[in-house]
Design a protein around this ligand. Structure first.
Ligand code: HEM
Length: 442
């Protein structure tokens, strides 16, 4: 279970039906569900009764402070209202050029790396998306070395949190050996770097990035957020946004490399809509087929393979009793692969997401971005980001999967490709597609 929970949970589903109980570590009662009625109840209808799990609140809160990911109730509601504005249509329009500039810089580096042979696309895409989110937050002036420092800190601290969670008996040793302090110090160093940007920005003319919208946000009494709160909210957006889109994109490229017919259709759609221009937020709705392909990739490989909650009071939904204090695991991966909800669930069939199909689908059978009031705040941003990167990569390169790899999932916090995904990229496509490729912008 600790090594890779997905196959274990999927086997239990087959044995015990779409909602079952087990005792986590033999102690804590956990209810695993793929039943859309139970999921809807927990995430939406009675969401007030369910808090984020202890892992997210206590362990992540220790390193990340208070923010959207780690708060509940009224404080969460207030912050969510304020931060939501940073992701509205106008803001995403304004962010498009910052995102494209960041991508242009990352592609220059990527061009150099692919000359040395095949690359594992997972870390490459993670770097691209992290830089994009970081610049969307802190603006074009955010230095590359600072991006690298913060990214390294987040990855290292996240790995440490996973170790603390999977091996809780080691926590006294982590404290005594200085491991805990080492990670706390790393976090403080990254905080100080970002805090400098925030303080500097207070003295400068307004920008068009997310930092500005966090600083401009006002509570009902007219007050704004303190620098420290702006910092912890920014850090939480970086954490929530750094590995998710890159993960979705990695699986998407993998699937496309196995389906040349889909790949060609996606390329044609980019070519015909964009010509020689770069994609911006205003274009997002113009790629119906590509959108279906992305939705299908997020169904087969949902980056958040599960969503965990803790029941505050006793609850009942249908014949499922949920005692206070028990954990509910919304098993997103299981819901996305359920034969009750999907024909040939293991097949990659983008057509199942054809426009209008959502009306025929039972709610809460498809939830890559979660659901209810805590649905992903960055979902529109993520779609823009995925389309931007995909349109650039597909128009600029040909790519092939290196043969003989064992490509399998590993469910940690995020559903990662366990051994990476090695691909060979060549610039041949750019010669043929000179007119259409965004190479002129580089
Ligand atoms: C394909 C990409 C993404 C996927 C699949 C995804 C998925 C999710 C899911 C499932 C949740 C709900 C978690 C829960 O209910 O416990 C969530 C929440 C969240 N996401 Fe995303 N996400 C993506 C990209 C992003 C990006 C790019 C950002 C920010 C720039 C972001 C920021 C957040 C935040 C702040 C929350 C917490 C919202 C709250 O609790 O109010 N996400 N995401």
């Amino acid at each position: 279970m600790a090594q890779n929970p997905v196959p274990v949970l999927s086997t239990y589903l087959k044995l015990y039906g779409d909602t079952f109980r087990f005792y986590l570590g033999g102690l804590k009662e956990a209810i695993v569900t793929t039943d859309p009625a139970v999921i809807q109840h927990v995430l939406k209808t009675n969401a007030e009764n369910y808090r984020k799990s202890e892992i997210q609140v206590r362990r992540m809160g220790h390193f990340l402070g208070k923010g959207l990911l780690t708060t509940h109730g009224e404080p969460w509601k207030t912050q969510r209202r304020l931060i939501q504005k940073g992701f509205d249509r106008k803001q995403l329009d304004a962010l498009s050029s910052i995102m494209q500039d960041s991508l242009t810089e990352s592609i220059r580096e990527f061009d150099r790396r692919i000359q040395d042979g095949p690359v594992d696309i997972y870390p490459q895409l993670m770097e691209m998306t992290f830089a994009m989110v970081a610049r969307s937050l802190f603006g074009a002036r955010l230095k590359r070395e600072d991006i690298d420092l913060v990214s390294h800190t987040i990855c290292t601290v996240q790995e440490f949190i996973v170790r603390q969670t999977l091996q809780p008996y080691l926590n006294p040793w982590f404290a005594a050996s200085g491991e805990l302090k080492k990670h706390e110090d790393m976090r403080v160093r990254a905080d100080n770097v970002l805090l400098e940007y925030i303080k500097e920005r207070r003295l400068q003319p307004p920008g068009s990035d997310l930092l500005q919208s966090l600083m401009d946000a006002r509570y009902a009494d007219g007050e704004g957020m303190s620098d420290e709160l702006v910092l912890s909210e920014s850090m939480q957006l970086l954490v929530a946004g750094h590995e998710t889109s890159s993960n979705g994109l990695s699986w998407l490229l993998y699937l496309l490399s196995t389906r040349p017919d889909c790949l060609e259709r996606v390329r044609d759609e980019f070519d015909s809509v964009l010509g020689d221009t770069l994609l911006s937020h205003g274009d997002v709705m113009k790629f119906p087929y590509t959108t279906q392909v992305i939705q299908e990739a997020l169904r087969l490989y949902p980056p958040f393979w599960m969503i965990d909650r803790m029941a505050v009071n006793d609850d009942q939904i249908g014949d499922v009793a949920i005692p206070a204090g028990s954990m509910v695991i919304v098993y997103v991966y299981g819901a996305h692969h359920a034969s009750r909800a999907w024909d040939d669930p293991e097949e990659f069939q983008p057509e199942r997401f054809v426009k209008g199909s959502e009306k025929l689908r039972t709610p809460f059978t498809y939830l890559p971005f979660g659901g209810g009031p805590r649905v992903c705040i960055g979902n529109q941003y993520a779609m823009l980001q995925i389309l931007m990167i995909l349109s650039t990569l597909l128009r600029r390169y040909d790519f092939d999967l290196v043969p003989g790899q064992n490509i399998v999932e590993r469910a940690m916090v995020i559903l990662r490709p366990k051994n990476g995904i090695q691909m060979r990229f060549t610039r041949a496509a750019v010669v043929e597609r000179q007119a259409a490729a965004p190479a002129n912008a580089l």
